[in-house]
Write a protein that binds this ligand. Structure first.
Ligand SMILES: Cc1cc2nc3c(=O)[nH]c(=O)nc-3n(C[C@H](O)[C@H](O)[C@H](O)COP(=O)(O)OP(=O)(O)OC[C@H]3O[C@@H](n4cnc5c(N)ncnc54)[C@H](O)[C@@H]3O)c2cc1C
Length: 767
């Protein structure tokens, strides 16, 4: 029993002083990725999260779907899902949670952190004080957990602020901005008119509804607004909208989004309960009779507050022009997406989104404070202008940057560097290579990995895919929209494509061969040639014989232009690095077939060609002469682990009928191999939103599930039978001493050939 007598002085809470190598503040996706990547490099990490679960806006408390450069498959960013740890997390989430249950996202993230022995996780613990050792150095942080009444003193050489509002960076005195820059400052034509549009994006609260199968009454609380009918956006409200579809229930952009956050939340509660009152009791939604509110957010999703200044600030032109800086370490591709500050009360559209032609890269110098020597930044607070933040703020972009920070911390610790030192031109390559070795896919950066033993090997395989025929499956598709087959074509060839069409009347069809104007994007903004074919009524074959002989590899769009009197034959065959797209609208991400920005805002006009989500998106049946041969086994030596806009699939694919393809890697001399890393396909074009969406498959169909690896004595050195991940890292207890490796892979899906992007092998010294 504890019995204490009255004390005149105040009592102190229990104090725990912890020393570590990195303190990450904020357990949103950015903070989680920073912490896990650093921990996997051996860094001792304390991850402090003020709420009961991880994930920040992606958690079950807020329930936003994590999105990124694929822009929900609504723009031209092909094969653009973020790689590395965040992809591992998305694939784990898909495996366990293909129906998008928000509670399961929490468990996936908790498990990821729990499994890292180097991470001490402090949940329900809010950082509230920064202590410095000098003007430019943070010494320690103080945090308090109300659940165990403990105050923590957290000391470390490095800190990462991924708290959203930037509690650490703010208190440490780092330069920051809040609100929109004037257009002149960075020549940003999209910078908003502050008077009219406002300075800041607001908060949002979501709700979920449920059908109880019997009539349910609803009596609104007294604080609910009673004029929801007058909300401008309510005109477009549809009863089946809930969860992530309610992003427009937004408020607070005219207020102080940090210090007035509670007021903003309360206003949003008023709005949400008022909307539901309108739905249930206005008589305008009779189908709502059996519906009840199942869940309403209690923690608002915060979009914007402070942005801290790094040694570089990402701006509109970097995004539009896809400028690649020497120190790029991550990428983004969501539209620049700004919202009117009046949110739900605004007469403006709920958002204004402008896309770019392709993914842009983000410099490392955006990820540390220019003022505080030992402070990294991750998440929405990174060094970006308001306009650029409009894109970089989405969670998968935040996570991708977090991965770069996690690795950077490890390198700084190992070498005794400050974050800024690592930005030097002769050092940044070490970080970039370390990231790309784990699938970061930094755009347009092909660093040689001299430690990778595979680079000096000879590669052969039992078969290599050549696409001479994409077999018909008997299914016709009406050309309601322009439709294109995307194919990686080889330099110095003239191609002949034959397709089967069915016309319901005498008509004509135009076929256009398109490609992108630059190697930096997949937007088909150049017409190479166009031919029109007269069609008789009925089934017929047309032959598009290209006259163009292009002197470089390129991704071709073979486009069949819209004609509702024409059906085109489809195929069940699917290939990695080959897909179909349609010129159709995806209003959810402001894709109306074309992007036509006002003049002089510095944003490109172009057409959107976007895929259908699985199980849609079948290829067009065709014959191709000469066959497309972009899939040979030498691609294993290439460092890219996804198709790239310069016309390379970068993948080795076996023939479609090869059930057990073998890849042989041979060296003249024996090699001592301590670690192998295999990069399988994981359909980087598929957005994989984390919640709310139901996915057709728990595993990506093109990912190899089963394989075996043998050494030169035919000893089985590794086997895997239940793989669903993109990257498999195999660490051997004792190095394998061998002249060759044979990898036998098992075909999984009848219609998809086995594919493998890359294998790396390292000796103990190079791990
Ligand atoms: C309504 C809405 C819709 C959006 N739509 C999308 C979308 O569809 N897809 C998408 O990807 N992005 C979307 N975004 C943007 C995205 O959610 C945010 O930009 C992103 O979550 C920022 O990541 P973060 O890690 O910086 O912050 P957060 O996700 O907010 O994570 C920060 C974490 O830090 C914790 N924290 C804060 N202060 C402290 C402290 N003092 N001590 C300890 N911990 C602390 C917080 O609890 C939080 O968990 C949307 C945002 C909103 C609000």
């Amino acid at each position: 029993m504890i019995k204490e007598s009255f004390e005149k002085s105040i009592r102190e809470n229990k104090l725990l002083s912890l020393k570590t190598e990195l303190v990450v503040v904020g357990g949103g996706l950015a903070g989680v990725c920073t912490a896990v990547v650093a921990a996997r490099e051996g860094v001792k990490v304390i991850l402090v999260q003020d709420r009961p679960v991880l994930g920040g806006n992606a958690s079950s408390e807020v329930r936003l779907w994590a999105l990124g450069a694929t822009s929900s498959m609504g723009n031209n960013n092909r094969w653009a899902r973020e790689g590395g740890l965040i992809n591992e997390i998305l694939l784990d989430n898909l495996k366990r949670n293909k129906d998008g249950n928000p509670l399961l996202v929490d468990t996936v993230l908790l498990e990821k952190v729990y499994e890292e022995k180097n991470i001490t996780l402090l949940l329900n613990t809010a950082v509230y004080e920064v202590q410095k050792s000098d003007d430019k150095t943070i010494k320690s942080l103080k945090a308090f957990c109300s659940q165990n009444a403990t105050t923590y003193q957290l000391e470390a050489p490095f800190f990462c602020d991924s708290s959203g509002d930037g509690i650490v960076a703010f208190q440490a005195g780092a330069s920051f901005r809040m609100g929109a820059e004037a257009p002149e400052e960075f020549d940003e034509g999209f910078a908003p008119n502050i008077e009219d549009y406002g300075n800041l994006l607001g908060h949002s609260l979501y709700f979920y509804t449920k059908d109880l199968g019997k009539p349910v009454q609803y009596i609104a609380p007294s604080f609910a607004i009673d004029n929801a009918a007058e909300l401008p956006r309510i005109r477009n409200y549809r009863l089946n909208e809930h969860g992530c579809n309610l992003w427009w229930v937004e408020y607070g952009g005219r207020l102080d989004t940090i210090h007035q956050s509670e007021e903003i939340k309360f206003e949003l509660w008023k709005v949400v309960y008022g909307i539901w009152d309108y739905v249930k009791n206005s008589g305008k939604f009779p189908e709502s009779e059996n519906l009840t509110l199942e869940w309403v957010g209690t923690i608002p999703g915060k979009r914007e507050s402070r942005r801290f200044e790094g040694d570089y600030m990402l701006v509109q032109k970097d995004i539009v022009e896809q400028k690649d800086y020497y120190d790029r370490v991550a990428f983004g591709g969501w539209a620049m997406d700004l919202h009117p500050a009046d949110g739900i009360y605004s007469e403006h559209n709920s958002c204004t989104q402008w896309h770019t032609k392709g993914v842009y890269s983000i410099p490392y110098r955006c990820y540390y404070s220019k003022d505080i020597d030992n402070l990294f930044l991750a998440g929405r607070i990174i060094s970006a202008s308001h306009v650029a933040f409009g894109s970089s703020r989405v969670m998968l972009t935040c996570s991708h940057g977090g991965q770069a920070v996690g690795k950077a911390v490890a390198l700084c610790l190992k070498n005794g560097w400050l974050p800024r030192t690592l930005a030097e031109e002769d050092k940044i390559g070490i970080l970039q290579l370390a990231l790309n070795r784990e699938g970061q896919s930094i755009p347009r950066l092909n660093l040689e990995d001299t430690s990778d033993l595979i680079q000096s090997a000879t590669i052969s395989s039992t078969s290599e895919l050549k696409i001479g025929e994409v077999k018909s499956c008997g299914e016709w598709k009406k050309l309601k929209f322009n439709m294109a087959q995307i194919l990686p074509l080889a330099a110095n060839n003239t191609y002949i494509f034959k397709v089967k069409l069915q016309a319901s009347e005498v008509t004509s069809i135009t076929v256009i061969l398109k490609r992108s104007s630059k190697e930096t994007h997949f937007t088909p903004d150049i017409d190479l040639e166009s031919k029109t074919f007269q069609l008789k009524k009925g089934i017929q074959e047309i032959t598009f014989a290209s006259d163009k002989n292009i002197d470089e590899n390129f991704y071709a769009y073979v486009c069949f232009m819209q004609n509702e009197a024409v059906d085109i034959m489809l195929s069940d065959d699917r290939f990695i690095g080959v897909m179909t797209v349609l010129q159709k609208e995806t209003p959810a991400v402001s894709n109306y077939g074309k992007q036509e920005p006002p003049e002089n805002i510095g944003i490109d006009a172009f057409d959107f060609w976007t895929p259908e989500k699985m199980p849609g998106g079948k290829n067009i049946a065709m014959t191709i002469e000469p066959p497309v041969q972009n899939f040979n086994s030498q691609n294993i030596l290439n460092n890219n682990v996804r198709p790239t806009a310069d016309g390379y699939s970068n993948v080795w694919q076996a023939e479609l009928n090869d059930q057990y393809p073998e890849l042989k890697i041979s060296w003249v001399e024996k090699q001592k191999i301590s670690m192998l890393r295999l990069f399988f396909d994981c359909d980087f074009d598929n957005a994989l939103p984390s919640v709310f969406v139901t996915h057709p498959n728990a595993e990506i169909p093109s990912t190899v599930k089963k394989y075996k690896i043998y050494d030169d004595q035919k000893n089985l050195i590794y086997e895997k039978s239940e793989n669903y991940q993109a990257i498999n890292t195999v660490v051997f207890d004792e190095p394998i001493n061998t002249n060759d490796l044979t990898i036998i892979l098992v075909k999984k899906d009848e219609n998809i050939p086995v594919g493998l992007y890359k294998i790396s092998a390292y000796s103990q010294n190079d791990l």
